[in-house]
Design a binder for this molecule. Sequence first.
Ligand SMILES: [Ca+2]
Length: 461
Amino acid sequence: MTNPLKIMKHMSRLALLPALLCLPAFFTHADALGQAPDAPPNIIVLFADDLGYGDLSSYGNPTIRTPQLDRMADEGIRLTSFYVTAAVCTPSRGGLLTGRYPIRHLPHNLGPDSRNGLPLEETLIGEPLQEHGYQTMMVGKWHLGHAEDAYMPVSRGFDHYYGLRYSNDMIRPWVQTDVPLYMFRDLEPIREPLNQDTLTVTYTKEAIRFIEEAGPEPFFLYLAYGMPHVPVYAAPHRDGRSRKGLYGDVIETIDWSVGEILATLKAQGLDKRTLVIFTSDNGPWQAMPDRMFQTDMMPLHEPVKPWHSGSAGPLRGYKGTTFEGGFRVPFIARWPGRIPAGRVSADMLASLDIFPTLLDAAGIARPDNLDGTSALPFLTTRAVSSPREVFYYYLGARIEGVREGPWKLRISGLPEGATGEPALYHLDEDPEEKYNRADMYPDLVARLQAAMEAFDAEARR
Ligand SMILES: [Ca+2]
């Protein structure tokens, strides 16, 4: 039913000393059996903010060191074609937590003064898990609505919440608002000045405490880091350590955090009972000297700052664009005994697939209105391919692209390299999106464009 250490902790709370005396035998029994095949696992989703495809050493960064995430990848699976549903925060988080494209619910970013939120008729991943006995906790950045309690995490599938309700820059001087940036516990603000230096450390402590104090039922922890979203701050004990400068320190602080969480699982005897996923909500923030995002948040010709260091690796584009650099992010999943170790796959997968995957892992029936498919057979079986064959790219409410197999059609309304003319890329041969092959394959362009238009029309119904 559950792991021995948790049973022990639970029992010790009840001061059942006689029962404790029997535990060595129980340990042996559990060790011999391992996890029952149908036992629902604990689930941890670690979601970085604006961490780019090329920001981890296992994804090729030449100077940032991420030994904990690299080890997690060695012990599990690492994907090189994993997509989020938007190149900015709010819709990407909505896509992750609903398993549905944001065009169906909330395609635009929220600000501190926003009155709206993710529509209340949407089902979020914590809800079915909660209904099936999971203990659920969210730590970190929410960004799916906060003007009413009904939009907040504790109303949407999480027993408890600790974190910032939106981005860490949504305060003066970065954003012109009078709403103070407070940490929240459940629905209550903690009316103290925010220390961003220790933001990642504080979140990590909350996450670890939740794991350590969880009862015998399975748990779901969603930890949405606030970093490396701007403005960037590293933990004091990591400051100045990275050759990449402050930005590197920030990523290495996240790496430290992942290491602490994995060490906690090991110490609690939960390693083999816990599926851990690490990914990011969109590509890296970069100085955009030409046009888009001309807001308080990102004025034109912004001077170069430490946060202009995120890397999309070999991919073109960055946060806020429908090039690969905006949408493709690292994805690492680890579940010892279930996910084979050391696998790297270029199969396409999307954050849309996480919701059904987690329900599948927990043995819970999936809703039939999802845009995602369970990737559990793919993740847990070396010979199985990803179920995902098609992915649609949206910039806000505008569809700008589709990927089918290795082919990507991009039709952008943005000025950058775009005339509204279709661009066709072969992403296996040309992940950098350097070579537009639209002229060579007019029939394929027409078919993919028709697919984009058909999906968009259906999604808006
Ligand atoms: Ca983000």
